[in-house]
Design a protein around this ligand. Structure first.
Ligand code: R5P
Length: 297
């Protein structure tokens, strides 16, 4: 078995390989002066099971294309099976035609990934709002793992919050709030969210009362930070004592981190599905466990 990280997840792939007592396989990736990508697999992958790790993040089109080049090359070089871990799966939010004529980006990306020859796919806390099961999103064997228990363990270890109320900032975040709350042996609730524009959301509490409580807000993605800032405002106005924030995918664009701290969060914690200044929790153990469980060798 070979472990290969694309350039968006090189460090993560190295950690995974070390967790399995091996080294990750090497690639040469560079750009031609005109911007085209060059990719070369530097190991013999013939008849091997290959684990590819590549988040489609930050510059999603670039990393998606690199993924396609990589998997096609591996198959062409005789790899027996390509099992992919796509820790951050971009385009999952555009899983519906919200306005007439829009591209169903999620469907297109899934199709490309399947058609290029991926044999199995694992995602981590993929944005599943309307498509609720991986098996509805992909025709190949697939599984969506969650980093929430790892994030909850980290929060517990910091000891900053006392029996926190776990809040998901929208109804779809219930899946993550529940997992984090179970791990922390505490209670959870969700907010109802209305999107007013690409950077503006209005959030109303469902039934949570944060008065005199420490709170942990959890979500899959922090992008502009708008969702979390609104949740912080509401929770503080309800009388929350201390609030920490945890997310799986810290995209943190448009000064999101500063906005969240300004709004009063004490700690922001993310994972390394997307590298960021708050990627304190690695998803490597999650991937290692899965590889061991499936018996890939
Ligand atoms: C959306 O429904 C997601 O679960 C996140 O809440 C959202 O992507 C966060 O975006 P932003 O940080 O821009 O509010």
């Amino acid at each position: 078995m070979k472990i290969i990280g694309g350039s968006s997840s090189e460090a993560l792939a190295t950690k995974v390989a070390h967790g399995l007592g091996t080294e990750s396989a090497k690639l040469e990736i560079k750009k031609f002066p005109d911007g085209e990508k060059y990719l070369r697999v530097l190991e013999d992958v013939k008849r091997e099971d290959v684990i590819v790790i590549q988040s489609i993040s930050r510059t999603p089109d670039e990393f998606l294309f690199e993924y396609l080049l990589l998997v096609d090359t591996l198959k062409d070089l005789g790899a027996k099976r390509v099992v992919s871990f796509i820790p951050y799966f971009a385009y999952a939010r555009q899983d519906e035609r919200f306005n007439p004529g829009e591209a169903l980006s999620f469907k297109t990306v899934s199709k490309l990934i399947e058609d290029i020859g991926t044999d199995e796919i694992y995602t981590i806390d993929m944005h599943q709002h309307r498509v609720l099961r991986s098996s509805d999103a992909f025709k190949i064997p697939s599984r969506n793992l969650s980093a929430m228990p790892l994030l909850a363990d980290y929060v517990e270890k910091t000891g900053n919050l006392r029996k926190p109320l776990v809040i998901g900032p929208d109804t779809e975040a219930e899946q993550w709030a529940r997992l984090a709350a179970e791990r922390l042996r505490t209670d959870y609730d969700v907010f109802e969210k209305k999107r007013l524009g690409s950077e503006n959301v209005q959030i109303r509490p469902k039934k949570a009362n944060a008065r005199d409580r420490d709170v942990l807000i959890v979500d899959d993605i922090i992008s502009t930070g708008g969702t979390i800032v609104e949740a912080l405002k509401i929770l503080f106005s309800q009388g929350a004592k201390k609030i920490d924030v945890a997310c799986t995918h810290p995209l943190l664009i448009s000064g999101a981190l500063a906005k969240i701290y300004e709004a009063g969060a004490q700690n922001v914690i993310g994972t390394d599905t997307v590298q960021s200044p708050v990627s304190y929790v690695s998803v490597a153990p999650l991937i290692v466990d899965q590889i061991k469980k499936e018996g890939f060798r």
